[in-house]
Design a protein around this ligand. Sequence first.
Ligand code: HEM
Ligand SMILES: *[C@@H]1O[C@H](CO)[C@@H](O)[C@H](O)[C@H]1NC(C)=O
Ligand SMILES: *[C@@H]1O[C@H](CO)[C@@H](O)[C@H](O)[C@H]1NC(C)=O
Length: 240
Amino acid sequence: MIRVFSPSLMASVLAVALIALLLGLSYKQSQSQSRLWTNEELAMYNGTDDGLPILLGILGSVFDVTKGRSHYGPGGGYSHFAGRDASRAFVSGNFTGDGLTDSLRGLSSIEMKSVVDWRNFYFRSYKHVGKLVGRYYDESGNPTNSLKGVEAKAARGAQLLEKQKYEDAKLPNCNSKWSQQEGGEVWCDEGYPRLVQRPFEMALTGKTSMRCACFKEEELSRAGLEMYKGCDYLSKVCPV
Ligand code: HEM
Ligand SMILES: *[C@@H]1O[C@H](CO)[C@@H](O)[C@H](O)[C@H]1NC(C)=O
Ligand SMILES: *[C@@H]1O[C@H](CO)[C@@H](O)[C@H](O)[C@H]1NC(C)=O
C-alpha cells in the first residue's frame, strides 16, 4: 500500500495552504482598501439602514464611521456628513442645501489646510474603506487635478501658518484675565499693551483679527499699533 500522506508531504501541503491563505487575505485587504465607490452607492450608507455600516467621504477618501454612530447616525449632530462627501462643510459649518458640497472653490489656503487636517483625523480615527469616484478620484482611483490642487494649496496654507506662528512669537503676548465682576483686562510683564494685526491674515482669509502684544516705551510709535479704548498711552493695565 502506498503512503500518500507522508509527514513531509503533509508539511509541504500545509505550508502551501498557509501561504495561499495569507496571500488571499492580503489581496482581499488591499482590494477593500482600494475599493472604488460611486456617489449613489455611498448615499445608501447614510445610517438609515441599520444593517449597513455608516460611511463618510472627505476629499474623496471614504471612511467607515459606524463606531461614531452617535455623531453620524440619524439624529446625530453630524449626520449630514454620512453617506456623502461634504468636504466644504468641514470649514463652513453649513450643513444645509448647497452647503453640503465637496467643492472647495474659493476657500483660502488655510481653510483647505483645515479640510486636509480633518481627512488626517479620519485616517487616524477610523478605517479607510476606499475612494469616491468623482471630483477627487478618477475611475481608476487616481487622484484628480482637483485633489492635487487642494493639497498644493493646503501645503501653502500650512507654510503660512508656520510663518504666522513665527512672526507672532517675535512679539511678546500680553497677560489677560477675565472675571464676572471685573470683566476682562490685559497687562504686560514688561512694556505696554497694544493691539496689533496678525500678519498674513488679511491676505489669507480676507478677514482680520487683532491680538494683544507688549511694546517698550520707545517702540510705541511704530506703525500699526492700536491703543485699547479706555486706556491711556502709558497705562499698565487695559480693560477689554
Ligand atoms: C465648522 C464647524 C464644525 C464642524 C465641521 C464640526 C465637526 C465635528 C465632527 C465631524 C465631530 C465628530 C468627530 C468624531 O468622529 O469623533 C465633532 C465632534 C464634536 N464637536 Fe464639532 N464641529 C463643528 C463645530 C463645533 C462647535 C461650534 C462645537 C461646540 C460649541 C462643537 C463641539 C463638538 C464636540 C463636543 C464634539 C465631540 C462630541 C463627542 O465626542 O461626544 N463642534 N465635530
Ligand atoms: C438615506 O438614504 C436613503 C436612501 O438613499 C434615503 O431614503 C434616506 O432618506 C436617507 N436618510 C437620511 C437621514 O438622509
Ligand atoms: C448655506 O449654504 C447655502 C448655499 O450656499 C446658503 O443658501 C445658505 O444661506 C447657507 N446657510 C448658512 C447658515 O450659512
